[in-house]
Structures are given as C-alpha cells and as structure tokens.
Design a binder for this molecule. Structure first.
Ligand code: NDP
Ligand code: 8X3
Length: 257
C-alpha cells in the first residue's frame, strides 16, 4: 500500500462536501494538505480544525478555478516546501438548474463548463509539469455517474462530467510512461451542498432530492478517494462508480414512502 504520511495533497473545492471530507480523510492519514476554494472563511476554519486534530501542515488559498491566471500564479509560486504536489484532487464543481434543454435559460452554462471542465483543466495543466519532471504523481478527478450516463434536464452538467471522464482517460494515456496515475471517483447521489447550489438556495427542493433514500455522504466518497490513493504503486483504479444502494442509475431510485 502507498503511504500518505507526509505526502502533499492539493484539493480544489475543499470548503464543503466531498472536498472538505477529503481534507479530513487525508489529514487523518498524515498527509499535508493544500486546501483551496472561493470561500476563504470556511477554509480558515477548516485549517484551524485540521491543525488542532492532526499533526499536519495545511496551506490555505482562496482560489476560483475559473481564473486561469490566478490558478497558474498560485501553483507556480507555491512556497518551496509545498511545490512537490504528490496528489491532486480535482473536486471543485457544481450543477446549476435542472431544466429541459429547450426551456433552460442558459444563464448557468458557462458557470458549469468553466468550473467543471476548464477549471479542472487549468489546475491540472498547472500542476502536471512538475509531476512529469519528477516522474511521480497521482491525479484523482471527482467525476460523476453523470459522466457515464446522461439524464433528462441535465444536458450541460452531464456534458461537463462526460468531459471529465474523457480528460481522465486521455490524460492517463499521455502520462503512461511518466509514472503518473490518473483516476476518477464517480459518485451518484451524495448529500452535500450540491443540490442547494443546483437549486440556487432552494433548501426545500434540495432536501427533496434525498427524500426517502439514504444518500451517500462526503465521507463515503473521501474513503473511496483514500482507497484509490493508497493502492500499490503498480496498481491504478481507473474509475470507481459509487452509488447509494437504492440508486440503480441516474434515473431510477427506489424511495421509501
Ligand atoms: P458542494 O457544493 O458541497 O461542494 C462543491 C465545492 O466546489 C465547494 O467547496 C465549492 O467551494 C467548490 N467550488 C465551486 N465552484 C468553484 C470554483 N469556481 N472555484 C473553486 N471552487 C469551487 O458539492 P459536492 O461536494 O457534492 O461537489 C464536489 C464535486 O463532486 C463536484 O465536482 C460535483 O460535481 C461532484 N459530484 C457531486 C455529487 C453529489 O451528488 N453531491 C455526485 C457526483 C459528483 P466555494 O463555493 O467555496 O468555491
Ligand atoms: C451529481 C449526481 O446524478 O445528481 O453529479 O447528477 S447527479
């Protein structure tokens, strides 16, 4: 098994949900974490808690992954002791709205594409040269079941997650001789702030998404990410689909009345 003690792990979107759970999970394993997102206050609180609970180093940085210049500036100017990123977790992402394509007012298309696809590309492009140079590293993308199946009313979100799947596969081929692993963890329904963001703060509608089911938690996904990150160096989990037991696919879920 690969040990995580002392490894440097960069997590995007660490201010809530799956990203935050990953920060805790990697910290618990003794990894030093770089936590990034837009909401700085949340990150500062997370940093404080991680340092109190675990004997690790934390670097906090306010980063909007859509800001290409800032992404490169941040990665290129990392303090010396943080430059050697061992594991990159591309987690920042969001869905917006759930409308039939012809009814969708397309306000949110750029936001989804810029965050889920272009943001992931910028961060990866900024981080990967040093991995290639060192011939070591692991990139773990948080995709989605929506990257394997499309569903009605989700054309853009599904397209972004299909893009993540394609990027994961293509990149894996590009770095095959560089001792860099590229994986994706692709969840079904996870109860985080995801639905609240998707429905623009309509908490009632967000809650209904998980009505009558036991959804996955951020911690479930973080545990899967830890599993992926700790396989022996000769083994790679290409992709891992993880669903609530009552969710068969994107459109069939068994709900208790
Ligand atoms: P949350 O809304 O709880 O977390 C999303 C995270 O992404 C937040 O930390 C947010 O931080 C960050 N983020 C959003 N936009 C940006 C941006 N432009 N720049 C930097 N950070 C950003 O949702 P989840 O934890 O559920 O989502 C995490 C990932 O998991 C996403 O990629 C999502 O698509 C994927 N996923 C989620 C599923 C679910 O059912 N919840 C299922 C399958 C995949 P901040 O706002 O502070 O910037
Ligand atoms: C989030 C899962 O199926 O709600 O990626 O789109 S889904």
């Amino acid at each position: 098994m690969e040990k995580l003690l002392g490894k440097i792990v960069l997590i995007t979107g660490a201010s809530s949900g799956i990203g935050e759970a990953c920060a805790y999970a990697f910290a618990e394993e003794g990894a030093n974490v770089i936590i990034t997102a837009r909401r700085l206050e949340r990150l500062n609180n997370l940093e404080k808690d991680l340092k109190e609970k675990y004997n690790i180093k934390v670097l906090t940085y306010q980063l909007d992954v859509r800001n290409k210049d800032k992404v490169f500036e941040f990665v290129n100017n990392l303090p010396k002791e943080w430059k050697k990123i061992d594991i990159l977790i591309n987690n920042a992402g969001l869905g917006r709205g759930l409308e039939k394509f012809y009814e969708d007012n397309h306000d949110s298309w750029d936001e989804m594409i810029d965050t889920n696809v272009k943001g992931l590309l910028y961060v990866t492009k900024a981080v990967i040269p040093r991995m290639v140079e060192r011939k070591s590293g692991h990139i773990i993308n948080i995709g989605s079941i929506a990257g394997h199946e499309a569903y009605s009313k989700g054309a853009i979100y599904c397209a972004t997650k299909h893009a993540v799947s394609a990027i994961t596969k293509s990149l894996r081929m590009d770095v095959l001789d560089k001792n860099i692993r590229v994986s994706s963890v692709d969840p079904g329904m996870v109860e985080t702030e995801f639905s609240n963001v998707r429905f623009y703060g309509d908490t009632e509608r967000a809650k209904n998404v998980y009505k009558g089911i036991t959804p996955l938690t951020g911690k479930d996904i973080a545990e899967a990410v830890i599993f992926v990150a700790t396989r022996p160096a000769y083994a790679n989990i290409n992709e891992m689909i993880i669903m609530p037991s009552v969710q068969a696919n994107t459109f069939m879920t068994y709900r208790e009345e």
